[in-house]
Design a protein around this ligand. Sequence first.
Ligand code: GKR
Ligand code: MG
Length: 416
Amino acid sequence: MKIQEVRLTPVAIPDVPLVNTKGVHQAVFLRTIIELVTDVGLIGIGESYGGARALNGMRKAAESLIGLDPFHLNELRRRVEQALPNAGGINAPTMLTQHQVVDAVYSAFEIPLLDLQGKFLERPLCDLLGGAVRDRVGFSGYLFYKFKKPNEYRGADLFGEVMTPNALLDEAKALVDEYGFRSLKLKGGVLEPTLEIETMQLLRDEFPDAPLRIDPMGAWRVPTALTVCDAIGDILEYLEDPVRGMDAMAELASQTHVPLATNLVVVEFEHIVQAYRNGAVQIILSDHHYWRGATGSIRLGEFCRAGGMGISMHSNTHLGISLAAMVHVAAATTNLTYDCDTHYPWTQNDIIKGGKLTIENGSIEVPKGPGLGVEIDADVLAEFHDFYVSQNLRDREDTDEMRRYIPNYERVVPRW
Ligand code: GKR
Ligand code: MG
């Protein structure tokens, strides 16, 4: 079996104005759908970032995949590195961390190769990662403060404006009712810390048994984070990226018993040793879109085990192909003891056959395969690709978008 053709299809999908430390989500989010066509008639599929740097990286490396045997992942890595010398990062300057183009591109192509391996062997993708250790994967309800969508031209709104602790509690109740989430994560760093503390306390009162986490994405300075730890540390399963940068995380960690998690300061294997040495984090979030694919994410789990750290899973706005891959990876990550993050409830469309995957009782059943176990609906993919072409948007830029709502907005991280 050899790769004969690489198809890259960027899509734009309507989004809702979810607020974070850097700004707010744009009216659409961008993804790239990947199809690897083989000489035996099988097609491997994947989903990755849709921003220009990642897409250009995939385009540049695509040619080098021709003739590749889908079982040769090391050769994929070699070809991607050769095709993209000194490629740099994929993120806009206003993002809070950087992911390497080579890691993102390798990851984008690894999933369709694994999908092909699974289809060829007629086995689910998780079997190629050592096998599932759980039949269902738990997800936390991902709560966001949000603006009301200014108009519904690019898709409907959800929940209207949610910019107070009580409105956030209502959002949480609605998401728990619909999806049965058993744990909750708040995207913090948006309101004054006292209001976010109040929000977490309301969540604790309403959901006494739910593991709770808050992720202000570096919005707080160490003294502020310590105040938050004093106020609500005991009700948190972990605190995600409360302060900005490895040194600040280490300083905070030395003064609190609250476990610190990150998807900002440890995003490459090279960062793990430093984080371990200075005790900066206790939990690392995996993400197969940049942790060198599904196999890299499983390796990350082993590093965490060796270092006595926990592993959880990060999410960015995504569709069902990414979700299926997340479920396979999570199912095969033996030491993953936390519910994973997902933005999926905020996504009202999908390009997979049969519509959106089902979240029930806060979890998703591991797809039976072969491979990922999901397939592309070609008509819907074409529709959202046309939508991408019609949009004047080629990168995620939350800070610029925020100025549509708050004209004099300045991105300041840390803010408090
Ligand atoms: O969707 O606004 C967002 C999130 O802030 C996302 O971009 C983050 O990458 O969910 C992510 C996180 O855990 O930091
Ligand atoms: Mg985070």
